[in-house]
Design a protein around this ligand. Structure first.
Ligand code: ADP
Ligand code: TYD
Length: 206
């Protein structure tokens, strides 16, 4: 089973992806936890190029192609082989992030993004996408909690993040079967409990 997490920066995705991974380990279910952009040596190098704050000259198309290249490598090298072996693959972001950030938030045409998403992943769709639903103001209010310096993507403005947020909501509405939408304002524990219940049902766990 292939599970992806989506939402704005600081929505709490990484926290929840990690908790789900630990939960599955305790249940003796084989699973791996990945993040995008990243997850392979090549993809982590591409991540550095994308997020480098000095790369202000990067064009929207270059940015989108780099996200897609990183994803393509991750799908071929790690995701597909693990799904074949029966692992639960958990990925912190996947192609819905490109749709939301590069198309709804950025300058790329939606139809082009959807097409390249499909090409980069060989059509591999998540079985379940957990969208942590929290708006930009509330999410960025947590930015100082995490403490790291802002990367190139996090330096974009509130108008951009409002568009990205609307994008995620739209994508969720168009993919109701695959999406699980959870209010990000709930506590870490409440969100985790909803996720474990939904995943356990899908995996037929006791
Ligand atoms: P993301 O991976 O979406 O960027 P993180 O999981 O790194 O987000 O969380 C961002 C910050 O918000 C962290 O400091 C984390 O501890 C905190 N956080 C995560 N989930 C919640 C929550 N449900 N309520 C309050 N704070 C949270
Ligand atoms: P990261 O530090 O992983 O952010 P987060 O913890 O919020 O997931 O940085 C990834 C950044 O890249 C984040 O701002 C979202 C953005 N992004 C895109 O714009 N398009 C994409 O396809 C992906 C995967 C990420």
């Amino acid at each position: 089973m292939f599970i992806t997490f989506e939402g704005l920066d600081f929505s709490g995705k990484s926290t929840q992806a990690k908790l789900l991974h630990e939960f599955l380990k305790k249940k003796k279910i084989r699973s791996i936890l990945l993040r995008e952009p990243g997850g392979t040596t090549i993809s982590e190098k591409v991540r550095e190029i994308i997020l480098d704050r000095e790369h202000i000259e990067m064009t929207p198309l270059t940015e989108f192609m780099l996200f897609s290249a990183s994803r393509s490598q991750l799908v071929s090298q790690v995701i597909k082989p693990h799904l074949k072996k029966g692992y639960v693959v958990i990925c912190d972001r996947y192609y819905d992030s490109s749709t939301a950030y590069q198309s709804y938030g950025g300058e790329m045409e939606l139809k082009d993004v959807l097409k390249v998403n499909d090409i980069a992943t060989g059509g591999l769709k998540p079985d379940m996408t957990i969208f942590i639903d929290i708006g930009p103001k509330a999410a960025f209010g947590r930015a100082n909690l995490r403490g790291n310096a802002k990367d190139r993507m996090e330096n974009k403005n509130l108008t951009f993040y409002n568009k990205v947020y609307r994008g995620f909501k739209d994508i969720a509405n168009h993919n109701k079967k695959r999406f699980v939408v959870i209010k990000g304002a709930l506590s870490i524990e409440e969100i985790h409990n909803t996720i474990t219940k939904t995943v356990s049902r899908k995996l037929n766990l006791k």
